[in-house]
Each structure stands twice: as C-alpha cells, then as structure tokens.
Design a protein around this ligand. Sequence first.
Ligand code: 0A1
Ligand code: ZN
Length: 877
Amino acid sequence: MIAPARSPAPLVIHREDYRPPRFVVDAVDLDIQLDPELTQVRARLHLRRQSEADDQPLRLCGEGLALLEIRQDGQTLPKDQYRLEEGALLLLHPPRDFVLETLVQIRPIANTALSGLYFANGHFITQCEAEGFRRITYYLDRPDVLARFGVTLHAEQGPHPVLLANGNRIAAGQEAHGRHWVRWEDPFPKPCYLFALVAGDLGCVRDHFRTASGREVALEIYVEAHHLDACAQAMDALQRAMAWDERVYGREYDLDRYMIVATDTFNMGAMENKGLNIFNSKYVLARPETATDTDYQGIESVIAHEYFHNWTGNRVTLRDWFQLSLKEGLTVFRDQEFSADENSRGVQRIGDVRRLRAAQFPEDAGPLAHPVRPDAYIEINNFYTATVYEKGAEVVRMIHTVLGAAAFRQGMDLYFARHDGQAVTIEDFLAAMEGATGRDLAAFRLWYSQAGTPVVHAAGRYDPAQRRYSLTLRQEAAPTPGQPEKRPLPIPVRMALFSPAGQAMPLRGQEEDGAGDRERILMLDTAEQTWIFTEVSEPPIPSLLRGFSAPVRLEMGFGDAQRAFLASHDDDPFNRWEAMQGLALQALLAAIDQSHGAGVLPELLHGALAAVLSDAQMDPAYRAELLTLPSEDYVGEQMAVIDVEGIHCAREALRRAMGSAFGEQWAADYESLAFPYSRDGVSSGRRRLRNLALAYLLASDASYLDRTRQQYRQADNMTDHLAAFSLLVHQPDADVSDILADFYQRWQQHPLVIDKWFAIQASAPRPDTLAKAQALLQHPAFDWRTPNRVRALLGSLGANATVFHAADGSGYAFLAAQIRHLDELNPQIAARLATPLSRWQRYDAQRQGLMRQALEDLAGKANLSRDLGEVLEKSLK
Ligand code: 0A1
Ligand code: ZN
C-alpha cells in the first residue's frame, strides 16, 4: 500500500530573501480563446536576462495549467530543455534574450477559488492580485516584473458580446462559429497582478471627465442590463475622486478610458486593474429602494480607493508583496481623506477609528499579529489585513500629521517624480518624504516593523504655586508573535488644555510643533517623557490624542468627571465622542463587574446624554455617533477575559435605561426627523439619528413594535426599511416569521438585499439563531460559490458574540464544519472565516478548550489549503 500523500511542509517566504528578477519580460502578448469549459491561452513572452549568465533554470510560475505547446524563438522546445514541477515550468537552458511561446488550457467553470480566470453567472472574470495570473499562464508572477501587455480575446458573441481588457481597444472583428474577437493594448508597463479581462453580456453606463490638462477621458461602468439604473452614485463618486486627486495631489488620469465592471461573484471589495477595475457589485450598485445610506458611503469610498490606486499602486507599484502597505496603507489614507473632504470630517474620523479598533486592534493583540510590513508569510492572500490596510493608513496619517499637509504633498510629489514606472519599497516612500522635506523619519520606520498596539499612560500634575502643569506620557507594548521585546515608538500626541470654564488655554513653555497656540503635537519618542506648561492659571483638563493622532490605546487615569467635562466642552469632534464613549464604557464595565445589568444611568452619563439630546443645532450624524453605545466587541476588548453574556446583558440593560430615561426626547426626535427621502448627507444623518431613536424606544417600550412594523411597511427607502427589519428580527422573543417571509418575497430578485436578509438573521442575538443558520444553509438562495452570500451567513455568525460563543461550543463546531467544507471550494474565504476562532486566548478556560478543539479538528483535515493551514498553524502555536 502506498502511504497517503502528505502535503509538503508549507514554504515560508521571507522578506530578507528578496532578490531582483534574473529575467524580465519586455512584452507579453496573449491570445485567449474563451470557453467556460476549456479556455486556451497562448502567451508570447519577450524574456531578457538581467543577471550574469548562470546555469540556473528559469522558473516560471504556473498553477493548474495543462501545457499543450511550448516554443522558444519559434521552435518547439525539446523535452530535455524544460521540466514541469508543482507550481512551475522550468526552462533548463534559457538564452539571454528570447521569445517563449506557450499554449495552455484551463477550466474557468471549475474555478471556485475565484483567483485567476473564472466563469460565474455567465461572465468571465479575472482576479490576479496577488498571485492569480499564474493560474492563467506560465509567467514571472511577481510585482517587480513590469511588462507591456497586449491581449486578443475571442469568445462566442451571443453570450459574450462585451470583451474587455486593460488599456486601449485597438481592433475587433468577427470569426467563424458565431465567435468574435477584440484586441486590447495597454501602453503602461505593469506587473501581471494588474492584468484583467472581462467577457459577458453587460450593459454600459457612459460619462466622461475632462482632466485639468484638458484631456477627455471616457468613463464606463459595465453591469448587467437590469442594473443600468443603479450606477449613478458610482459614476458621481468616480468623477469627484478624479477631481479630488487633481486638486489635492496634482494627479491626472493617464489613459483615454476608465472602465469599471460589477460582478456578484468576487472575493474582496474591488480590484484596481489598470484601466479596468473589477468590483464586487456591492460597491457599485445602488438605488434608494435597495441600498442603505451605509451602502452609498461604501460605494463612494471604494470607488475612490480603486481610482487612487492608479497612482499609488499602479504607476508606482510594489517591489514585492511585503511592501503591500506601500500601496494599501497609502491608498486607504487617501480614500479616508477624500471621504472626509466630501462629507463630515469628524464623523468620518470616528468611523475610521471605530473600524480600526474593531478589526485591527484585536488582530494586533492575537496570534495573527504582524507588522504593517510583515517579515514572512506562507500565503500572501492572508495578509490583506486590517493591519496592512488600516494600521498602514494610520502610519501614513501620522507622517502627514508631523510633516504638515504642505510638506507631505511635497514628499508625495517627489515620490511620484522619482518612482513613476517603478516597483519600489516602503523605504523608498519614506526616503522621498525625507528628501523633499529635509525631515528625519528614521524613528518612524519602527511603525512598519514592530507589531502590536502601544498603550500610552498619561498622568498630569498641576502646581498652583508655580502655575505649572506637567504632563507625563509613558508608553509600553505587549509582546507579539516573534517579537518578545518592544522598543518605544514615535507617537504624535495632539493635545490641548481646557480651563475649568471650558476654554482651550494658550500653551506656553514648550518648543513643540503646533497647529496653533492652543493645540500642540507632543512627540513621545522614548519610554517616558514629561512636558511642562507654564503660566497655567487654573488646573487644566487635558484633551489628549485629539483626532486620534496615533493608533494607540490611551490610558488617562481619568475619572468620569473629566470625561463628562470633555464630553460637553471638547471642541475636537473625535475627542468629544471619545469622552462620551468613555463614560458609557465605564458604566458598562462597572455593571459587568458587579454582575448586574446597567439598569440605572449613572448621573454623569445621564447629564452628558441629556445635553446632546437637547442640542438641536448639532449635525444629526454626529449626534447619532455621540448617542451610540460602544459595541459589545469594543467593551470586550477592554476586559482581561471577555465575558460574552455579561457584556450583552449590561449593554442591553443600558440601552433600555437610556430608552426610558429619555423616552420623550427619542419620541420627539423620531417624529421630527421624518422627512421624505433625499440622498444628501444631512438627510442620511437624520435617518441615522431617527433609527437610533427608534431602537432606544423599542428597547424600553415593547409597544413600539407596532411603530417599527409600520416603518418596515411604509419606508420609502432601504435605510429605514432595513433598520426596522433588523430591529424586528433582533427582538429577543418576538415572532417575526411573517416579516422574514415578506422581506424575502419582496427582494428575492435583488441579491445584495438578500445578503442582508441572511446577515441580519445570522447576527440576531437570539437563542434560536444557530438552528436558523443551520437551516439557512439549505435555503435555495444560499450559495457556497458566492462569497457575499457566504460572508452574509457565516461571517455574520462568527461575529455574533452571544451565539458564536455559546458556552456549549455549538457555535464553534458549526463554524468549523462550514469552514472545512468551504476550504475545498474557496480557501481565501475559508481562511478569513476562521479568524474569530483564532482569538481563543481572550475567553474563559472552557471556551478556550472548545475553540482550540475546533481549530485542531480543522487542522487535521486532509488537503488543507495553504491559506487555512497558515491561519490554523499560527492560531494553535
Ligand atoms: N487590491 C485590492 C484588494 C484586493 C486584494 C486581493 C484580492 O484578491 C486576493 C482582490 C482584491 C484593493 O485594495 O482594493
Ligand atoms: Zn487597495
């Protein structure tokens, strides 16, 4: 008997092992005969040796390809001149300069991993980042090999009238058997991860943009014909993003055509392929009846994000995948700033920080923690993380903060001037920032290499005799995997001091850079530092880390009195919100600690809430932020051992208490904020506040069920309809089967809405949710091959604390069983779904055991993917 095949020990890729490519590709010519069952890809690569001649073979990546032909400079290559290996084609004696021609066959319809070329819902789609191109043809699949691409697509015309690829459309024609072809050429050399093609029956929404230098750019959004009326927000956001990048960074678009394609079948949010972005339809399609205000916002930011990649990612690209944050952190920073400029800066910042704390802080504190620039990986797809994206953006933001906007812009100008057309590193970015400004960012490099979230402890002392205030800041950080010792990081702390009467005081006695004499940026770059402020006439209340000026946890040693003071007086919108959150958090933690619900509102929290509720002048969206309690997850993050049940009970009790304490105000808000639907920011803020009011009313008074049902029935937009739907479905003990059936009936033709139907059921904090989820797996609308649907059901369940962490381990076992199945189809998504299990150390001993058991069971699976294998291995270490 033959021993069962063991998968070889997974290959760890190290950043230090980087070597420049021995060969480059000057030009690629692809000729692709598209067919769902058997697609043939003919590739002609002009290869040129870069290094000294050696007798090493040339290794071209290739996965799942059937090689039909291979020629070198026109001659069939003899068998002894090449070798096929797992994942590669080796040319044993490559000449210095030659044309390699291969013909391979692939099966797009069988591609359920959605990496490379796949066929879904009647369309051919590609996804090449990070390493999908090797599933299309043999190639030097690495981002530092930049080549000029030309591609001819052939397909059956009936089902696939639209054939798209990067760059310019050069020619087209008919051919035999009802087929046709289109030729595309991209004048900009690019790495293969930016290659894309799309073929299908798609309609197109067209518009245009005139660049600052007067060029006309055709803007085209391709969607299925029945969605042509749902592209307005995407088109508008694209035009605004193009204008913004010209205004803020002096960057123009460079091709004559910018295409966006929406697909229902996509692993991520969207992809910045040169001139041909491919989007998850969630980030393109919106109509008031089917999309919420949050959906509209998401579209604006993702459209902008992909557009901004044209300069930060495409024109200047990555030397290797360890540099991922060079494009992602920088581009997230750019899209956040765009959204802040287009909407409310304060509300945007609160949302950005909320996301960072929800996703990145836990990641940075767990077994999957890694630096913004990782040192090693097994599967690069596992590194499209909150750390690389969101923390990476925070690091860029700190650099922006310390340099100032004008100097930052000079640094960016130099970065583009130096590196246009190159594949570079984070080091090159920092060097450009330094070169343009003369500033030394040496210390900042540590933010890229050191993982973990620093904790900053602040202590202030006022000396009335000397009229001095001294502020001591101390930083520390817990070990992370592979990094037992932490060094002090440079932490910019934006701060102000408030007088007891609530005025920002002039700051004297410090040489620090400042944004004005009432606000300073203190640079904490040692383990501990003290700053002395002079001529301080009264004991001040400090406002620290304004605007969340660094991605750290701040421990102020404050009491609720100071929090309440800042909640009413701080003029920094972020810190005012933070003070309110702090008050609510303390109330919750105290209630959990005494294991009773937060049935009473602490007086100071009551006062702060009352003040916000009665401030009719305040922007409704900001007001809604101030009145929203910290999430259960955020509360859990503050505890040594996460008490799932305690947190849920305390938070529900506090919601009830807030509902009844301010019943009249909520009811007044609910009535007065009812306006006919309009899409602008003020209106969406009103909807948000109004729906929050309804949630509080319902929490404290069951008679609001009828009102909620009425809103569900009568809403003229999805935001209000869905808010009511969600409140009803999340009622702990109401029978809502009629509502569930009605919603499904109404929206079954709209996959993005049906995703919400799945997600809201799977996030209900109800005892029957797990059984429900089990049943939903069998629902005809559930589809293992559609990532949005899988995330809606299984991602939501993994994020549903009370259900997922049920004390008997049923949530863990359920999720693990589904991951096991999914790993056979789509390893990227399977690996992501496993991350809630990785956080086992944060729970009590019994849950720890059950979570580890689920991880170990999964680890024993045969044919474990590299993606899931890496997550499991790190989680169990
Ligand atoms: N670069 C894209 C995100 C993306 C990453 C990986 C993908 O497949 C593994 C797909 C898309 C962005 O930042 O928008
Ligand atoms: Zn990106």
